[in-house]
Design a protein around this ligand. Structure first.
Ligand SMILES: Nc1nc2c(c(=O)[nH]1)N[C@H]1C(S)=C(S)[C@@H](COP(=O)(O)OP(=O)(O)OC[C@H]3O[C@@H](n4cnc5c(=O)[nH]c(N)nc54)[C@H](O)[C@@H]3O)O[C@H]1N2
Ligand SMILES: Nc1nc2c(c(=O)[nH]1)N[C@H]1C(S)=C(S)[C@@H](COP(=O)(O)OP(=O)(O)OC[C@H]3O[C@@H](n4cnc5c(=O)[nH]c(N)nc54)[C@H](O)[C@@H]3O)O[C@H]1N2
Ligand code: SF4
Ligand SMILES: [Mo]
Length: 733
């Protein structure tokens, strides 16, 4: 047996781990206590790496689906030959726009990410999709419209106050700039509290974070814009902002003051459900700190009007001047990223959208170089010039993760060619014509480039290939290279140059090409330090002074579009928040959440991760359950104004009556409704892409969804599925 130090790649956090290996098998996984970020932490998913790598349902080759839906093993080389020929024929017949690419979470995490974009651009198709447009697109919109600061927001290490909206880092291992590092973030938060950090948590749910917060604001789902407008009003009225910083770098304060003037304590309380006194206390606590950011993640970004919420978060940061200043130490000047010496200067507001390729639907078009997922299904289903006929899906699972599930499934079924590169036969893979099995984390080399920006220290780690599989699985970049090689599509990567289409690089040479040309520290130095190391530059990097030509640049806290949205929201009655859009049918709001045991849909088939909840529970307040006459474990029907799903009720006193809290991307296609107790269902069936979406990114309302809920009648239960199917809780999807 040998022990190797590597890092977990089940999720984006990349905790340091030690793996015991014997003859290509994983005997044990432990946290690496010497890793300065994760400090020995692992979660239940990381400890399931052995199961994930060795699961009997893993894809161990490439398959072609036959006419009866059966999958035939044809091996990856033949699969690539056939796929390339089919793509070529479709492009010749219908033009490049007929080909689309979806790079899901595991496409984006993989070293293939830049290659995937290069390939679809090279073909000449604008149909490049990623989860970015259904995750937190309002982050980029708000910072672009508001303007930003080259040296970034205050570092987590220095913060004395942090306000989190719709973020639960202890479970998601995720946060935003200014928040804790991803890996073991909850411990970093608890340590920071010991040194005096104050935490404000804004979440309808009493989360793990809310329980350690100094102030928990249990906002009514979707009412964050009103809450934030109320807080900004207090900060401006009481002159709690950083007047010196604002005078030098911020404009629009008077317009913003006028727009939030009507967000009076009474109005805010009536609408958000938070006592006026508590809103004031939160504003004073946040503004009373000296360093530390406000940050908002998926909860707020999926609820209605994320563009406004996110803008007000930017305004809370700029009004209080929570940016790194000239001379401040830059703790992480980049390791695998290029060296950077940021400046204490404003990056002025700019438009990042509106000029790229257009979609045929809803006035939407390219956003940050991507086609919005909002239009994905319609672009496939609607005949005419530009219709998508072929899809390559890498490390993603649209059949359960995309809004409007029923339409997305119809779209996937209707494709002329659907290719999925994954590690298991997912709901999406089963609808595909070709499925290519991919290498899992320990079967490929890698660097910790993805989480580097969230680390306050210049740490980096490399892992070689630890297990060489004896079956036919490929890396994601090999899929792209294999198609480009056959189709002769150039792979041009800007300053990195062009990848040779005739000589396939080795896995290590590929990493050198992608990361090695611009990293501050040569890859060889990182490779030479098993377990990783902190790579301090000889001289500490400091924030540089502003360039004179930037002296007049200002961030804008009052862009016209935001001001008019603030007026629109204020014109609604205060009862709006409480009455679920004024529609008496909808008695509850369903909010999104992450579960520790799965990563979106990844891991839902692994026995160790299914032990606690094989399905995704519909968490409800006991008062609601009593009113409905249901017990934990009963199946309920949850209905929005668009569609319905079945859910398995679970008791939770973390949420108020009137709220249902449920994860997304579980279950399977609608035909599997009868399996709800075994595999769960996806909340995405409740979401429509045609209403309640943001105008620039198209992100639809994926949290704070107005719904009604009722128990199933005995006859419905019987019609849904034979009782034994509902009871079976065996492993595997
Ligand atoms: N274990 C695990 N980790 C994950 C994932 C996973 O599936 N499982 N997914 C990964 C992905 S893709 C992402 S993008 C990140 C996301 O990371 P986070 O954004 O931290 O995700 P959550 O843990 O769901 O936290 C969102 C919180 O928002 C709250 N919320 C819901 N609606 C509202 C609202 O209207 N207002 C406010 N203020 N709060 C609201 C929810 O109750 C929840 O606690 O996590 C990543 N990490
Ligand atoms: N209603 C609602 N909808 C949402 C959200 C929400 O909160 N509410 N969250 C949204 C967010 S933030 C996101 S990011 C998206 C996620 O959307 P997707 O990325 O489409 O969904 P995942 O389930 O993360 O898909 C990852 C896939 O990668 C596979 N995989 C795992 N490891 C590997 C690997 O090493 N290689 C390859 N090739 N494949 C691998 C898994 O089996 C899985 O099928 O969902 C979005 N949808
Ligand atoms: S938090 Fe993410 S990286 Fe860390 S052990 Fe869990 S799954 Fe792995
Ligand atoms: Mo995400």
């Amino acid at each position: 047996m040998e022990t190797q130090r590597t890092f977990c790649r089940f999720c984006h956090a990349m905790c340091g781990i030690e793996v015991d290996l014997e003859a290509g098998r994983i005997l044990g996984v432990r946290g690496d206590a010497s890793n300065p970020i994760s400090q020995g932490y692992t979660c239940v998913k990381g400890r399931a790496l052995a199961e994930q790598h060795e699961h009997p349902e893993r894809l161990r080759s490439a398959f072609r689906r036959g006419p009866e839906g059966e999958f035939e093993d044809i091996g990856s080389e033949q699969a690539l030959d056939e796929i390339a020929a089919k793509l070529q024929a479709i492009i010749e017949r219908d033009g490049p726009r007929a080909v689309a690419l979806y790079s899901g979470t595991h496409g984006l995490f993989s070293s293939a990410a830049p290659l995937l974009i290069s390939w679809i651009r090279s073909i000449g198709s604008p149909n490049y999709f990623t989860p970015n447009t259904i995750d937190q697109p309002s982050q980029s919109i708000a910072w672009a419209r508001h303007g930003s600061w080259d040296a970034g927001v205050n570092r987590f290490e220095d913060a004395d106050v942090l306000m989190f909206l719709g973020n639960n880092p202890g479970v998601s291992a995720f946060s935003r700039p200014g928040g804790p590092p991803y890996a073991n973030g909850f411990k970093h938060l608890r340590d920071a509290k010991k040194r005096g950090l104050k935490i404000i948590a804004v979440d309808p749910r009493r989360t793990q974070l809310a329980r350690i917060a100094d102030l928990h604001l249990a906002v009514r789902p979707g009412e964050d814009p009103t809450l934030l407008a109320g807080m900004v009003r207090v900060i401006l009225d009481e002159e709690l902002y950083d007047r010196e910083f604002v005078a030098a770098h911020v404009e629009g304060v008077e317009e913003l003051r006028a727009a939030v003037a009507d967000y009076t304590p009474d109005y805010v309380e009536a609408r958000t459900g938070i006592a006026a006194e508590k809103v004031e206390r939160a504003a004073r606590m946040y503004a009373g700190g000296t360093r530390g950011a406000a940050l908002s993640c998926t909860g707020t970004n999926m609820a209605p009007r994320p563009d406004v919420t996110q803008h007000l978060v930017c305004a809370l940061i700029s009004l209080c001047g929570r940016f790194n200043r000239e001379g401040d130490r830059v703790n992480n000047p980049g390791v695998l990223h290029p060296a950077r010496a940021p400046r204490a200067e404003v990056i002025p507001p700019r438009d990042l959208w509106g000029s790229g390729p257009q979609s045929r639907f809803r006035g939407l078009g390219h956003f940050m170089g991507e086609m919005p997922i909002n239009v994905f299904a319609d672009e496939i289903l609607t005949p005419g010039e530009g219709q998508i006929k072929a899809l390559i899906c890498v490390g993603g699972n649209p059949a359960v993760a995309f809004p409007d599930q029923r339409k997305v499934v119809r779209a996937l079924e209707s494709l002329e060619l659907c290719v999925t590169a994954d590690v298991k036969l997912t709901a999406t893979a089963r609808l595909s014509d070709y499925v290519l099995g991919c290498r899992l984390s320990l079967e490929k080399p890698g660097f910790t480039i993805n989480p580097e920006a969230q680390w306050d220290v210049p740490f980096a780690q490399y892992s070689p290939t630890l297990i060489e599989p004896d079956f036919d699985v490929i890396e994601e970049w090999e899929l792209v290279w294999g198609l480009a090689h056959r189709m002769r599509t150039p792979l041009k990567l800007g300053r990195l140059g062009e990848l040779d289409l005739d000589r396939k690089p080795t896995p290590e040479a590929y990493l050198d090409f992608i990361y090695g040309q611009r990293s501050r520290v040569p890859l060889e130095e990182v490779r030479a330090r098993p377990g990783g190391a902190i790579f301090e530059p000889e001289e500490p990097t400091r924030v540089q002074p502003a360039r004179p030509e930037h002296a007049d640049a200002r961030m804008n806290v009052a862009p016209a579009a935001v001001i008019s949205q603030l007026r629109e929201i204020r014109a609604e009655s205060p009862a709006h928040g409480a009455s679920y859009d004024g529609d008496p049918r909808f008695t509850h709001r369903l909010i999104s959440r992450r579960m520790m045991e799965v990563y979106n849909s990844t891991g839902d088939h692994l026995p160790a991760l299914r032990r606690k909840y094989p399905y995704n529970p519909a968490f409800m307040n006991p008062v609601c359950m009593e009113k409905l006459g249901i017990e934990a474990g009963d199946v309920v029907r949850i209905e929005s104004d668009h569609d319905f799903i079945y859910g398995v009720a679970e008791r939770s006193d973390e949420i108020e009556p009137g709220v249902i809290s449920m994860a997304h991307a579980r279950g399977d296609v609608p035909g599997h409704d009868g399996d709800v107790r075994r595999i769960g269902s996806t909340t995405n069936r409740l979401v429509t892409t045609e209403r309640n979406f943001e105008p620039i990114s198209g992100i639809p309302r994926q949290s704070a969804i107005p719904v009604c809920v009722r128990p199933l009648e005995a006859v419905e239960l019987a019609a849904l599925a034979p009782p034994e199917a509902l009871q079976g809780a065996g492993a595997g999807a």
